[in-house]
Write a protein that binds this ligand. Structure first.
Ligand SMILES: [Zn+2]
Length: 714
């Protein structure tokens, strides 16, 4: 999220990308239709073939056999197994008798065996997937029709369910502790490394969602995604009260991303404000669903978003590449029947069906915060509110107002006038990088030198370079991790016929940051069960540390203080913006859980109300526009629910890591120390890395310093 172009892992999708390496969500299972699992030991579901297991009697029997000191372990292990055991898994009692391990030496041996075998399973499965995708990811010449099919093949899809069916998963659950995030937060700081590794070992089996339930989630997400992907507006067909068309022909924008970016792009346009206000009105009508259905992705219809009048577009204005449609244009001005909110409700119902299968996190909200990002919801909300109500907001707002020469209004939520500058012109940089890196292998050979330039020792630089394989990328470039020792992360970089241009170089340095983190977090971590780091925001922050030094590595000067100031203020404003959007997303999910039988219309009313209230509370005092539902416009809310909080968190984490590394003066050593700690919780990781848990303070401190430096005050 810090850098625009970045693809981390083979199977990383937008939805999965923030999950820690050892807590990936259950893949789609192979199981045939099954009964729901037992929600708890006390309320077992009646199995169809097996006689019901008397768990209490089994517990007494096991304690009698292994001794009173084992009671707590027996109780916990039995509950964990029984919660996910299905009738077709067979005789639970005899499994427990056979596989409960009381002897500490035997337990150590089993732990070691599982750690070793899981590393091999994960590592080799990952390699198979990497090779299946090789032709699509690496530039090997023209693609074959079969390559897209191979790329969609996921050899890891059924691994977790297979481990349940073959029973190793139940041996883990019988003998090692599942934990809640609250427990990890309370006790994590004093866990031994072995305890952390056990937490990750068991956490892998925290959920066992039946295949058809997972597939329903996938379908709901794909359906919402399709709806969002077709939600385009043909901007030339927006007309104002004089009948004028402020936007050029052919401009087709997807909501909300392109609409927002078009709005941002209009800050340099002398006529920009009227266009921005028009875009804001369009966005409000998308949220309230008062937008006429006939104007969505149809340039045959003209629309005045202020009066909401529609009319047939004059034939000469209709773009040649308009979607081909057999039906006539809709000119009745009628809105969609709350389709946007029906899609979101479908996501909710599909996600809620998973609840009984994840005893440690039995709501989609809990799974998002506690299993996904591993930061408690209350803490994330507090961090977002800290930014939203920060005393830096009025200062930055005043500076924007002064630059614009007018009072702020809702459109300035997306102010885009903070611009870093000071770098040499791009064509000069292109010439330097093309000469230095004529092909991917030239970059590979230069890696030790690049790493020394960043502050790694000669020995470390050589060792790192030996552990990274460089390959020519088909796309813009990405870093692909390895999941077992002995396998090597890949740095894929795009090099044109004339050599590596500056953009490609800038991306390659960013990806190298990922690769270095990947090498340390696999090779230098004491337990492979802890390989990795807490999540994507962390690896992005570390990669950014490399990327921000790219000019220096070419022997040029890094951007000056004024440029750095612009960057900080821009990041602050973006964090402030998206923090409110994230709060709306989370509040909407709470409302759905509180109203599980709501209709799409009721959900729309709730989202509009939540958006308006959030605006009135945090944004109206700065931007006016009291009561606008604008914050509900993000398409993520519909297609990637509960994801939005990761954006503001990503900014906070990046500032915290940067602040520490800048202050340390020992970039190489500190980077290694941070990246070798492994996939513990974000707060424990950050405390080890910087001395404090995840915090908004570094961003706020940087913003305060930027405002105080006031280079352009008059
Ligand atoms: Zn990245």
């Amino acid at each position: 999220m810090v850098a625009g172009v970045c693809r981390l892992a083979l199977r990383a999708t937008l939805l999965l990308s923030l999950l820690p390496a050892c807590d990936r969500p259950d893949p789609v299972g192979t199981a045939a239709k099954v009964d729901p699992p037992m929600a708890s030991v006390e309320a077992p579901v009646k199995p169809s073939e097996m006689p019901p297991v008397d768990v209490a009697a089994l517990e007494s029997e096991m304690v009698a056999k292994h001794g009173e000191p084992q009671r707590a372990r027996v109780h916990r292990g039995l509950a964990q197994v029984a919660a996910l055991w299905r009738p077709e898994d067979g005789d639970l009692a005899s499994f427990v008798r056979e596989h409960f391990i009381a002897d500490p030496a035997q337990l150590d041996a089993a732990f070691g065996r599982l750690e070793g075998v899981f590393e091999q399973i994960d590592g080799h499965t990952h390699e198979i997937g990497r090779e299946a995708r090789r032709a699509t990811d690496v530039d090997l010449g023209p693609l074959l029709p079969i390559d897209t099919l191979l790329a969609a093949y996921d050899p890891g899809a059924h691994v977790t369910e297979d481990l349940f069916l073959a029973k190793p998963a139940f041996v883990v659950l019988l003998n090692f502790p599942l934990t809640t995030l609250a427990e990890r937060d309370a006790q994590g700081p004093t866990y031994t490394r072995r305890q952390w590794a056990e937490v990750r070992l068991a956490g892998r089996f925290a959920r066992r969602v039946p295949g058809e339930v997972r597939q329903a989630v996938t379908r709901a997400t794909a359906d919402a995604d399709l709806y969002v992907s077709q939600y385009n507006l043909w901007m030339h067909h927006l007309v104002d009260e004089t009948g004028a068309r402020p936007f050029p022909s052919g401009l087709r924008l997807i909501s909300h991303w392109n609409l927002r970016d078009e709005l941002k792009g209009r800050y340099g346009d002398p006529e920009g404000l009227a266009k921005q206000r028009m875009i804001i009105k369009v966005m409000e009508r998308i949220v309230t669903q008062t937008i006429p259905a006939g104007v969505i992705d149809d340039p045959r219809v003209d629309w005045d978003p202020f009066t909401n009048k529609v009319s047939a577009a004059p034939p000469e204005t209709i773009e040649a590449d308009a979607p081909k449609r057999s039906e006539p244009p809709r000119l009745d001005g009628a809105p969609e029947p709350d389709v946007r909110y029906a899609k979101l409700l479908a996501q909710f119902h599909a996600a809620r069906a998973e609840d009984p299968y994840v005893p440690v996190a039995p709501t989609a909200i809990a799974r998002s915060f506690e299993l996904g990002r591993e930061l408690p919801e209350a803490r994330v909300k507090a961090l977002l509110e800290q930014v939203l109500t920060s005393s830096q907001v009025p200062g930055v707002a005043k500076e924007i107002e002064r630059r614009l020469g007018r009072p702020l209004e809702p459109t300035d939520l997306w102010y885009a006038g903070f611009k870093a500058g000071g770098a040499p012109p791009e064509h000069e940089l292109d010439a330097i990088t093309r000469k230095r890196y004529p092909d991917a292998q030239a970059f590979a050979r230069a890696m030790p030198e690049v790493l020394r330039g960043l502050g790694f020792s000669a020995e470390r630089s050589r060792w790192l370079a030996e552990h990274i394989r460089v390959e020519p990328s088909r796309g813009a470039g990405h870093a692909l991790q390895a999941l077992r020792r002995g396998d090597l992360p890949r740095l894929r970089t795009r090099v044109g016929a004339g050599g590596m241009d500056y953009k490609g170089y800038n991306i390659a340095v960013h990806e190298l940051g990922h690769n270095v983190e990947q090498v340390f977090s696999l090779e230098s971590v004491d337990h492979t069960l802890l390989a990795g780091i807490p999540g994507n925001a962390f690896t992005e922050a570390l990669a950014f540390v490399f990327q921000a030094r790219d000019l220096e590595l070419l022997g040029l000067k890094q951007p000056d203080a004024a440029s750095e100031r612009e960057r900080v203020l821009n990041d602050f404003w973006q964090t402030w913006e998206i923090a409110g959007v994230a709060l709306v997303d989370v509040a909407t999910w709470h409302w759905m859980y509180e109203h599980p039988d709501a209709t799409p219309t009721q959900l729309r009313e709730a989202v509009v109300r939540i958006s308006e209230e959030t605006w009135t509370r945090y944004y109206a005092p700065v931007l006016g526009g009291s009561g606008t539902p604008l914050l509900g416009v993000y398409s993520h809310m519909i297609s990637y629910p509960l994801y939005l909080s990761d954006y503001p968190l990503g900014h906070l984490i990046a500032f915290q890591i940067e602040e520490h590394l800048q202050g340390s003066g020992k970039l190489g050593e500190e980077f290694e120390r941070m990246a070798s700690f492994g996939a513990v919780t974000p707060d424990v990781w950050m405390t080890h890395a910087t001395g404090a848990p995840v915090s908004a303070e570094p961003l706020l401190r940087a913003t305060e310093a930027a405002l105080a430096s006031g280079v352009d005050s008059k």
